[in-house]
Ligand binder design. Structure first.
Ligand code: ARG
Length: 458
């Protein structure tokens, strides 16, 4: 039965129903729909808008429906949307009292309320997954404390760092995501219920009662905005998109670093795949798939932003398009964050290769220049002398590590015997003790700081 059929002579066309019905996807909102209706009915009863015993009957009926859906006895089908389904079912179970549930309410404020209740849970789930991921990264950073790897600019080797620094960088990104998700959740936690169709209601409702029961921060203060605001959907999708961007960057690094060409990381067999034709292949499919899914989540963000951009106040059916992208993005982002946390545990370091790479391609040249500058040579001069050393090494097939102290002194008298130690990968990385730098000590301190910051979310 349609909730609104009284005004109509003829039923809607079958295809119009198929096209417009949202039940196939909004049935996911059944639990929050019932939760919101329980609060609404209780408020109607306590404000004397409907008799208390009707409110009690409604609540008992709704609880019965919830229990039956929960244990699989009641199939959600045969209605336009989840709101109609629950109301029809309630009336079928308790009769006329059920017909009073929708007093002082519209599906417009109902769906906006349901979806915010649902989104709160989505934010909480994403938070939990992100905490788990940051922990996995910190674990990896801890394992990387004693190892050295090259860091890059322009995808050309630049300077050696402690390997833990790399993982902490990603932990920082996901920490920001946690902060963002938490702030977005706060903004989403405002209650539209009581906005009615668009202009509020003439019944003496008490929105503070429902607000408290549903644990919202406050009731919204403008009914037109209340029924039509979907910022929280866009914000979730943006937050999810940025999480995906960070994951995708991490995937790209993992893919590169696990190639034969780089060879710093090994992804265990459990998280790799083979080829149906090339027997030698071991492919990083999981990382590639996460990178691929990023596009899909961005797509949902673009979709909601485009959907809401031309909507006149207040509710329009366009807004029904807010759900499917959200549900899909939620599923994708949680899956991706969780599988990444798992896969990180399956990545091992190829320690020798990392160190060789960190010392190769004259990665320690900055340290040679810094060595001279610390002895009083102006940095620009030191830079130029080091440039000459690099050029001579290239011409003679030497490296900064195979040069002797005497070789160095041919370029500048300031070089002492300790230059030989100073150009080793580990010494170069560990020399970067400035706050936020890539030394092992800093990595340990940052792990501590991140763990402390993470406590807010435990
Ligand atoms: N299925 C609708 C949605 O998701 C529920 C609200 C319907 N309201 C209306 N005025 N048609 O947006």
């Amino acid at each position: 039965m349609k909730l609104w059929e009284g005004r109509f002579d003829a039923p809607t066309a079958k295809n119009a129903d198929l096209f417009g019905d949202s039940l196939p996807f909004d049935k996911q909102l059944w639990a929050v729909d019932i939760t919101a209706s329980l609060a609404h009915a209780a408020m109607l009863g306590s404000c004397g808008i409907i008799p208390l015993e009707d409110a009690q009957k409604i609540c008992a009926g709704l609880e019965g429906i919830a229990a039956d859906i929960e244990n699989g006895k009641l199939e959600i089908a045969g209605a336009e949307d989840i709101h109609s389904f629950v109301e029809n079912e309630l009336v079928a179970r308790i009769g006329d009292a059920g017909k009073k549930l929708h007093t002082a309410r519209s599906r417009n404020d109902q769906v906006a309320t349901d979806f915010r209740l649902y989104a709160r849970g989505s934010y909480d789930n994403l938070c939990d997954s992100l905490v788990n991921l940051v922990n996995a990264l910190l674990e990896k950073a801890g394992q990387g404390v004693k190892h050295i790897m090259p860091a890059y600019t322009h995808l050309r080797k630049a300077q050696p760092i402690c390997a833990g620094h790399f993982f902490n960088a990603y932990a920082e990104m996901f920490m920001r995501d946690l902060d963002r998700v938490t702030a977005s959740r706060e903004r989403a936690n405002v209650m539209p219920l009581g906005s009615g169709a668009l202009a509020g209601t003439s019944y003496p409702i008490d929105r503070n009662i429902t607000c408290e029961m549903l644990e919202f921060e406050r009731p919204c203060e403008n009914s037109l905005d209340g029924v039509s605001d979907r910022d929280f959907v866009a914000e979730y999708l943006f937050d999810a998109s940025l999480v995906m961007a960070h994951l995708s960057r991490l995937c790209e690094d993992i893919i590169l670093y696990s190639t034969e060409e780089f060879g710093y990381f090994e992804i265990s067999d459990a998280y790799s795949t083979g080829s149906s034709i090339m027997p030698q292949k071991k492919n990083p499919d999981i990382a590639e798939l996460i990178r691929g899914k990023t596009g899909r989540v961005y797509g949902h963000l673009t979709a909601i932003l485009t959907t809401i951009k031309g909507i006149p106040l207040a509710y329009n059916k366009d807004l029904q398009e807010d759900k499917e992208g959200f549900f899909d993005a939620e599923k994708q982002v949680i899956n991706c964050v969780d599988i990444m946390a798992e896969m990180l545990g399956a990545i091992s370091f190829k320690v020798k290769r990392m160190l060789t790479a960190a010392e190769g391609e004259f990665c320690c040249a900055t340290d040679v220049a810094d060595y001279l500058a610390k002895k009083g040579v102006p940095f620009r001069t030191a830079h130029s002398i080091t440039g000459k050393i690099v050029r001579t090494c290239i011409e003679n097939g030497k490296t900064l590590q195979t040069m002797t102290a005497d070789d160095y002194r041919e370029f500048a008298p300031e070089f002492g015997d300790d230059i030989v130690e100073a150009v080793k990968g580990k010494a170069c990385a560990d020399a970067r003790t400035s706050l936020g730098g890539g030394s092992a000590d800093n990595v340990k301190a940052e792990i501590k700081s991140l763990k402390k910051r993470l406590k807010r979310y435990l």
